[in-house]
Design a protein around this ligand. Sequence first.
Ligand code: DOR
Ligand code: ZN
Length: 401
Amino acid sequence: MSLLLKNCRLCIKDKVFVKNILIRKGKIAKITGKEPKADKVIDARNNFVLPGLIDAHVHFREPGLTHKEDFLTGSMAAAKGGVTTILDMPNTLPPTITIAALEEKRKLAAKSIVNYGFHFGATQDNLEDIRKAKNIAAVKLYMDYTTGDLKVSDFEVIKDILKTSKLTVIHAEDGSVKNVVDILTKNKIKNRVHFAHVSSQKELNYAKQNKIKNQVTVEVTPHHLFMNQNDIQTLGAFAEMKPRLKTEHDQKALWLGIKNETVDIIASDHAPHLKEEKEQANYPFGIPGVETTLPLLLDAFNKNIITLPQITKLCCENPAKIFRIKNKGFLKEGCDADLVIVDLYKRQAVRNDDLLTKCKWSPYDGKILKGWAVMTIVNGNVVYDNEELLDLKAKEVQYGR
Ligand code: DOR
Ligand code: ZN
């Protein structure tokens, strides 16, 4: 099966070209000005085509919490949002902290319509499992609060985890950034760490001072970029997540971090909870986001706040590089045909009823955004086409180490 995507507007080295993309056997075979023959032709109508987004931080809740989300609903939401690969977090029930739990999750994820990978959870005493875990994106270390009880607070254990794992994702909150950097420096550990959802100027500055030779990388979320603590007043629990929304000053600092490249990636931290759960007095923390990341960013592009090459770097290229995901993140011949066609002029409101996430709400409900994904292609298959979804199964990603 071959597919020709005609009239694709592409950014190549910051210049814009209109090209045709030939897809063969799930891969980008040619990016060309010519019109090679193909079994099927799709006209992108001069819309921009970007590499599919790689969302390195989602909670798809399977197994154990599937009333909130599962790999099918989560991946449908992803496809609608132009996300073609997700990396799932380990705080499920049971948590992904043993080889058996990882293998079980692998089976469950087979229903996903976007490509997927897994972060493996660290605990006080699972170093052996960490060593044995195969084909994982990274080891996730929570030093603070989380949904579930994956908390490691003993610095000796943390040191051993950082020494063992080639790449550790740290739940950045409170003093974690400083504590981890101190442990790395004191013990001359050379393995990499990635700080998830950095939310304050203080943490960002600290990470920046220690950004030595790519050993330390920084992730921010759309909610910390597009909201601040004033939104908690209007939205209450529906704007509550960990780490919490910060001041306008912190929000500005994150945008500055994008400009000066202190921030390496944007990931949604898609953490759905049901409306009913959020309405309880002791509501859980977390908000959905996998489906709104790209429209929020395209809307910001339309307001001259961010450029398309920046979006591509932050959401596609850098996640592929940091997590060493093979053949993804770039529109290049030989790479997997994971791509998204975006209509930069499409104006549409985010509406709870339209969402595909099982939780069916978003803090952005009612917000009109300009710029939306109109078609998403995963491994050469169209899985999302103008509000229509196709249930075609995707694959687990592979990593080059
Ligand atoms: O707000 C959050 N929700 N922060 C986390 O670290 C976990 C997440 C969840 O799983 O709900
Ligand atoms: Zn998270």
